[in-house]
Design a protein around this ligand. Sequence first.
Ligand code: NAX
Length: 366
Amino acid sequence: MKKPVRIAVTGAAGAISSSLLFRVASGEMFGTDQPVILQLIEVPQAMELLRGLAMELEDCALPLLHTIRIFDNPEAGFKNAHYAILIGARPRTAGMERIDLLTANAEIFERQGKALSANAARDVKVLVVGNPANTNALIASRNAPDLSPTQFTALTRLDHNRAKGMVANHLGVNAEEVRKVIIWGNHSSTQYPDLHQSKIFGEALVGQQLDETFYRETLIPRIQNRGSEIINARGHSSAASAAQAIIDHMRDWAMGTEENELVSMAIVSDGSYGIEKGIVYSFPVRCRYGRYQIVNGLDINEFSRKMMKSSEAELLEEKASVNHLLPKETEQSHYKLRICLRSGKFLAADGLLDSGDPVLETSRLL
Ligand code: NAX
């Protein structure tokens, strides 16, 4: 049996987590030979709810579930965590402006970034799910001076999976056949679902299998607004599909992407594709050995460029509105990522870093 890994989850008593935890404890995230220790974190007023969930987990007698611990604070909850899934966030309530939501959440993720930096395993892999996910991830990362910015990611895999599912349904094929879908930018309605790299049975999707006008005018807005469509239909935001996307994101990051496939992950931009550095932006990536690399060299047409830029503009605006929570001391590390993300291996080997520069690594063998 392998040594157990520690997985910390915030918002652990919430809807997404309630779908997620049983599957993680069954081995769906890291494999059926990987025991897990769950470190579940909630706000103090939700601890009783969390205790109930923990009892249910215990009652499943799952062979891989080594230990469950519950916490009402992130400092203790993140202790030695190898993986941290940050789902808990302030929901948007009636009368709340977008800026109020950003500010309320910014404070949560500032504290969690500090808590991760001080307490988590040095190679912790962090996934931010709570909205606004990209900017929350940036705040956490900027407040974690002792971790590498490459250790912080935000979830756009749900958007990625939505695009795959919708195209498959439209064409009457299996979702598995729809490959190389890309989500660029923010997890918001400015995201850009790019299908120009996608092929089905060797044929290009856009322009051949999929009418270009239908793609631009119907499919893109449908993917961008799928979250609201689900809220309207069921009265709650996505939970089970979000849990699936979290499993996919973490599994691929830790265990590697499938051959001949790419996935979408929101990560700190290294300037690839002309996207401004220092924001958390969704890119096409491939993962190997517990690291991700941006897939470079893809053709970007004029339409795509415009869509990518519009999501970048929204993220820059979000960043400006939380600027006071982004400490100066971590600015440099967030602008020096180029090689780290591209080669994923030896930064200095590319000759772009001075030998005295710290080498940022995120690798970890399970
Ligand atoms: P719920 O309201 O069911 O659960 C959230 C839980 O977080 C609650 O139990 C709450 O007590 C807890 N919480 C709040 N602040 C906390 C803190 N500081 N520390 C620890 N726990 C805290 O929401 P749920 O449906 O689970 O959604 C959670 C978040 O995911 C929301 O922000 C939502 O907008 C976001 N989503 C993000 C998605 C993505 O693709 N990035 C998709 C799904 C989802 O909409």
